[in-house]
Design a protein around this ligand. Structure first.
Ligand SMILES: C[S@@+](CC[C@H](N)C(=O)[O-])C[C@H]1O[C@@H](n2cnc3c(N)ncnc32)[C@H](O)[C@@H]1O
Ligand code: SF4
Length: 465
C-alpha cells in the first residue's frame, strides 16, 4: 500500500522544500542568542518571575556526561570515564540550585521536572539520589508533576531504574536509534536489542507510567528494509510514546560527526522512505502522530492533548503541562524565564568559574521583543497543533492578523507557495497544515521567522527533511 509519502507528487515537493532550516525548539532560535544578555540580565528576569508566586515552573537539569561519544550525536555532551569529574560537577550544580532557588523567593512549585543529557544515568545511584534530594530541598515538585529522565539502556542498571521510580520519576525516555548492527557500527553505538528489551520490561514492572523510545531516521547505512525490522521490534515492545527524529548532520557544529562518511547517508528521497516506513509501522499499530516527529498511544495524555489541539512545546519537548517559566540548571542548559532565553556556559571550566565568583553561569541569552512573542506563538501553534486560530492570536496580542502578517500571507498564498502546493490551508479564520503538509511544517514556519534572511548561505541549520 502506498503511503502519503510515497507518491511522485510528494517526491517533487520534497525536492523543493528540503533545505536548511531550524527545528524551532525555540523562537527566536539559539543562533540569535548573544552575550549582551548576561548574568545580570538573568537576575532581573528571575526577579520578574519570582513575583508570580502562584505560577508553576518547569525545571530542567542537564547531566552532560557520556562514557563515549556516539558518532551521530548532536547533543551537548562531555565524553569521559573519569568518575570524579561528575562528583565535582554535582557540587557546583548544588550551588547553582541554591542560588536559583534563593532568587525565586517563594516561587518553587514545579509541575514539569526533567533530567536530560548526555546521559543522566551516567551518575551512580548514590549520586542520583543526592542530586534529586538537593533539588527537592529547594523546590516543591508537585505530586502530579511530570518527572522525566533520559536514559541510555547501554549504561543503565536495574538498580538505577528501581531507584528512579522510588524517587518519584514517572517517565522514562530510552535512546534506541536503530537496532541494525551495520547502522550501529556506523554510528559507533552498540546496543543489542535484547538488552533494551529486558530493561524496558523491567521499567514497566517497576511502574513507570510512560515510556518513550527515541529513534533516528536518516542515519548512515540505514535502509527501509532494515529499519522496518527495528520498527517491528519497537512496536512489539509497545512503548507509550515514540520519537523518530530526522538525523541532523551538522559536522561544522559537532566534529564527532566528521567520522560519518557522507556517502553512507541516505538522500532526501531515502529519508522520506524511512520516515514513510516509520509512519506506516506506527499508525498501523495504533499510534497517533503528535506534532513533529512524535507518536503516542491513543490513551496517552499527549495524544489526547493533540486531538484537542492543546499541545505545548518547550526545550524539554512536547508537553501537556505548560509552565510560564522554565528554569534550567547545569552546563549548556537553556531556560526560558520571564520573556527571555538564558543559556549557561558550555564548558565546565567557565561554568565553574562563574559559580566560584558567586554569579549565575550565563554565557548568552535573548530577551524577546513584542514581535518575537507574536511570532513565537504562531510558530509554536503550527509546530504543535498544525493549526492556528487567527482570532485567538488577535485577542492575545491585540493585533489584526491579516494586517500584521500581510507579507507572510502573500508568500504563503503565492503561485509556488504552500497553499498552492496543498500543504497549507488559509481561511479568514485559521491556518491549517494539511496531513501531507506535516512533513513540511518547518518550512511553513520559516515564513514567519524574521531572522532567517540574515543567515542565508551560512551553514547554520540542518536540512528540513
Ligand atoms: C540525550 S540523547 C538520549 C539519552 C542517551 N544519551 C542515549 O543516547 O540513549 C537524546 C536523543 O537525541 C537524539 N539525537 C542525538 N543526536 C541526534 C542527531 N544528530 N540528529 C537527530 N537526533 C539526534 C537521539 O534520538 C537521542 O536518543
Ligand atoms: S547519543 Fe546519547 S549516549 Fe550517545 S553521545 Fe549522545 S548523549 Fe551520549
Amino acid at each position: 500500500m502506498a503511503t502519503q509519502f510515497e507518491s511522485a507528487d510528494v517526491s517533487a515537493l520534497i525536492k523543493r522544500y528540503d533545505r536548511p532550516g531550524p527545528r524551532y525548539t525555540s523562537y527566536p532560535t539559539a543562533v540569535e542568542f548573544n552575550e549582551a544578555f548576561d548574568a545580570e540580565a538573568y537576575r532581573e528576569r528571575l526577579a520578574g518571575a519570582a513575583a508570580s508566586v502562584s505560577q508553576p515552573l518547569s525545571l530542567y537539569v542537564h547531566v552532560p556526561f557520556c562514557e563515549e561519544r556516539c558518532a551521530y550525536c548532536g547533543c551537548a555532551v562531555i565524553a569521559t570515564r573519569k568518575r570524579d569529574v561528575a562528583e565535582t560537577y554535582l557540587e557546583y550544580l548544588a550551588r547553582e540550585i541554591a542560588m536559583l532557588a534563593s532568587r525565586l523567593g517563594a516561587r518553587r512549585r514545579v509541575v514539569q521536572y526533567h533530567w536530560g543529557g548526555g546521559t543522566p544515568t551516567y551518575l551512580t545511584p548514590a549520586q542520583i539520589a543526592h542530586l534529586d534530594a538537593t533539588i527537592r530541598r529547594h523546590f516543591d515538585i508537585a505530586d502530579d508533576a511530570e518527572c522525566a529522565i533520559e536514559i541510555d539502556p547501554r549504561v543503565t542498571t536495574r538498580e538505577q531504574i528501581a531507584l528512579l521510580r522510588r524517587l518519584g520519576f514517572n517517565r522514562l525516555s530510552m535512546g534506541i536509534q536503530d537496532f541494525t548492527e551495520t547502522v550501529q557500527d556506523a554510528i559507533r553505538r552498540h546496543q543489542p536489542e535484547s538488552l533494551t528489551r529486558s530493561l524496558f520490561h523491567f521499567a514497566r514492572e517497576t511502574g513507570f507510567e510512560s515510556i518513550n523510545f527515541d529513534l533516528v531516521y536518516g542515519l548512515p547505512r540505514q535502509s527501509v528494509e532494515t529499519f522496518r525490522r527495528t520498527l517491528a521490534s519497537v512496536v512489539d515492545m509497545r512503548p507509550d510514546r515514540i520519537a523518530v527524529y530526522s538525523y541532523a548532520h551538522v559536522p561544522w557544529l559537532r566534529p564527532n560527526q566528521k567520522s560519518i562518511d557522507p556517502l553512507d547517508l541516505p538522500d532526501a528521497d531515502g529519508k522520506r522512505g524511512l520516515l514513510g516506513a516509520a509512519i506506516d509501522a506506527f499508525t498501523s499499530a495504533g499510534y497517533e502522530p503528535i506534532g513533529m516527529d512524535h507518536f503516542a498511544l491513543p490513551d496517552d495524555e499527549l495524544a489526547i492533548a493533540a486531538r484537542q489541539r492543546r499541545l505545548h512545546r518547550n526545550f524539554m519537548g512536547y508537553t501537556t503541562r505548560p509552565a510560564p517559566d522554565s528554569v534550567a540548571l547545569g552546563v549548556s542548559a537553556i531556560g526560558d524565564v520571564h520573556g527571555a532565553f538564558a543559556q549557561n556556559h558550555k564548558t565546565l571550566a567557565r561554568y565553574y568559574q562563574a559559580i566560584d565568583r558567586g554569579q549565575f553561569p550565563i554565557e548568552r541569552g535573548y530577551a524577546l521583543s513584542a514581535d518575537d512573542r507574536v511570532r513565537r506563538h504562531v510558530i509554536t501553534e503550527l509546530m504543535c497543533n498544525f493549526h492556528l486560530d487567527r482570532k485567538s492570536v488577535e485577542t492575545r496580542f491585540g493585533i489584526n492578523f491579516g494586517a500584521y502578517f500581510a507579507v507572510e500571507l502573500e508568500k504563503l498564498s503565492a503561485a509556488d507557495g504552500p497553499v498552492a502546493d496543498g500543504i497549507l490551508e488559509v481561511t479568514p479564520r485559521a491556518l491549517t497544515v494539511t496531513p501531507r503538509g506535516r512533513l513540511f511544517v518547518r518550512n511553513i514556519c520559516m515564513t514567519f521567522d524574521r531572522y532567517l534572511a540574515s543567515h542565508a548561505g551560512r551553514p547554520v541549520f540542518s536540512r528540513t527533511i
